[in-house]
Ligand binder design. Structure first.
Ligand code: HXC
Length: 521
């Protein structure tokens, strides 16, 4: 009798393929068409675009929802989320991609468990987790089970925070409590004009507060990248977001035990930067472009700025210096004279902690007059928020270099990674100045009596300001006390920063035992 093993196997394979085909079809051609018409790729198209060609390996495609009463007989391919791993530029990443064509990408128990399992695996092997969010939120038919599914994901977002990089792409709806998964992750990127995030939608808001607002006005990418600070970047469509994720990964290590991969460059380490001699005028009232300084210093002029339109008084972002990834925090004299306010403090503190979590050295460029004065700032808690920056810098054990480009005054001087707050190397340009406050304010306070009793108060005041400036408004007093390691020629900036970072590459710094610190949130 002929052995029919092969024939039976082929039958089973055909059944498997048939099942898989139905899963790969997602919510079917109509819903896929609708997805494309809304300017979105499907969940699987996104994965294929994001990952190196042919590298995706899917996990749990046959997962099914638990057939709760309202879900009986409902076919939900892959339970509305495609999960698996693959490579980006040859590096391992884990991806989940919610399928809006399947029950609106809503999250039920199995959907949540699939993501949770993926996250467990990513944490075990030490590779980034990328979430492609496009979901109508909790799967209403599954009731409390869907909340449990979310709970499983949120819990892991928190416990794997600082273990592996977590990146969230918001490519469609992200509403209700669902927003808290991306919010816990390290980076949130939104597609412009298509995605939105909010806790309660326009309808609920209308019924509760009578406010009328559109989806876009309430939680579109413009709102979250300018007003709320929830998102780091808005990009053109799915492709823009996915391209930016690929770029972002070039600055990040695989996990907290590794350092970011070096990036080869043709840009010479010893390149002089004479352009910088023409940028910064010693008069502190003359603004200049901190962006231009950054672009001049870093490899190939490439700076991936994060949150560019939120709290514009401080700049944060990634670049490479001599092939090494660095996080940059810089005051922006073009906006609010670079003063630190609540949002700037939050923005910088969070970024400093992100860098420290993932062994990315920090370069701080300083030109700051102080914390922003004002009743509103005080009442909204500038003390509490500003404290985050001080805390974050002190807590960070990565190599930390500070360059003072012009003024650095008062508490803000300390908050911008001063020597005493833990900077490894502090440099200043000759235009730099470290003081308790600006010369005008200082003269008014310490020479008040002399000015008032003088026959010519205006002239005396000017003379005292000049006297104070000469004595203190320069980098040399701070350098003489050791608060500044060196005053440097701006045209040597790139070369010296690369030298100093190379010297610090193997820096080890221990902290006293603690369960965890208690940053003033
Ligand atoms: C199950 C859902 C669903 C949901 C939509 N669908 N929302 N299925 N649970 N929450 C289904 C629809 O029935 C439809 O199925 C398909 O998804 C696409 O939905 P449409 O409404 O046709 O799409 P669209 O017009 O683009 O509108 C998208 C939407 C809208 C704005 C997101 O669907 C919507 O408002 N949904 C409800 C959102 C919501 O309230 N979610 C719960 C939030 S509370 P068919 O079969 O027709 O294709 C929450 C709490 C989380 O999430 C708590 C975590 C702690």
């Amino acid at each position: 009798m002929a052995d029919n093993t092969r024939a039976l196997m082929e039958e089973l394979l055909a059944e498997m393929e048939e099942r898989r085909k139905r899963i790969l079809a997602g919510g079917g051609p109509e819903r896929v068409k609708k997805q494309h018409e809304s300017g979105k790729m499907t969940a699987r198209e996104r994965i294929n675009y994001l990952l190196d060609e042919g590298s995706f390996v899917e996990l749990q495609p046959f997962a099914e929802h638990p057939e709760s009463e309202l879900m009986r007989g409902v076919h939900a391919p892959a339970d509305g989320v495609v999960t698996g791993y693959g490579q980006i530029n040859g590096r391992l990443v884990f991806v989940f991609s919610q399928d809006f064509t399947v029950l609106g990408g809503s999250l039920g128990k199995t959907h949540g468990q699939k993501i949770a399992r993926l996250m467990d695996m990513a944490a075990k092997v030490g590779a980034p987790i990328i979430g492609l969010n496009d979901s109508a939120g909790a799967r209403i038919q599954e009731g409390v089970d869907s909340l449990s599914g979310y709970g499983e994901v949120f819990y892991r977002n928190a416990i794997y925070s600082g273990v592996v990089p977590q990146i969230s792409a918001i490519l469609g709806p992200c509403a209700g409590g669902a927003v808290y998964s991306p919010a816990i992750t390290d980076f949130v990127l939104m597609s412009k004009g298509i995605s939105y995030m909010f806790i309660t939608g326009p309808e609920v808001i209308k019924s509760v507060t009578r406010e009328e607002v559109s989806f876009e006005e309430l939680g579109g990418s413009a709102v979250h990248t300018t007003k709320s600070g929830v998102a780091h970047l808005e990009c053109e469509g799915d492709q823009g977001v996915l391209d930016t994720i690929k770029k972002l990964l070039t600055y990040l290590p695989q996990n907290a035990r590794e350092t970011p991969p070096p990036r080869p460059t043709q840009d010479p380490k010893s390149r002089k930067t004479p352009e910088l001699l023409e940028l910064v005028h010693p008069d502190p009232r003359r603004p200049y472009s901190m962006h231009q300084i950054i672009q001049t210093i870093v490899d190939d002029g490439e700076f991936l700025e994060l949150q560019p339109n939120f709290a514009k008084n401080i700049l944060i972002g990634f670049a490479h210096l001599g092939g090494q990834s660095v996080g940059i925090v810089a005051n922006n004299p073009r906006f609010m004279a670079g003063a630190l306010d609540i949002n700037a403090s939050d923005k910088a503190a969070r970024f400093i902690r992100t860098c420290d979590s993932f062994n990315i050295p920090i370069l701080t460029l300083v030109d700051v007059t102080g914390f922003l004065p004002g009743v509103a700032q005080e009442h909204q808690g500038i003390i509490r928020h500003g404290a985050k920056m001080l805390y974050a810098y002190a807590e960070a054990t990565v190599p930390k270099i500070t360059l003072i480009t012009r003024k650095s005054y008062g508490g803000a001087y300390l908050a911008m990674n001063s020597r005493d707050m833990g900077a490894d190397v502090v440099l200043a340009w000759p235009t730099g100045a470290v003081a308790v406050m600006g010369a005008e304010g200082a003269a008014n306070i310490i020479y008040r009596k002399e000015i008032q009793s003088s026959p010519d108060p205006v002239a005396t005041r000017q003379a005292k300001i000049a006297e104070y400036k000469k004595a203190f408004d320069n980098p040399y007093v701070a350098a003489s006390r050791g608060y500044i390691d060196d005053v440097i020629d701006p045209s040597e900036t790139r070369y010296l920063l690369i030298r100093h970072f190379a010297m610090l590459a193997h820096k080890q710094e221990e902290r006293p035992y603690k369960k965890h610190g208690n940053i003033p949130l």
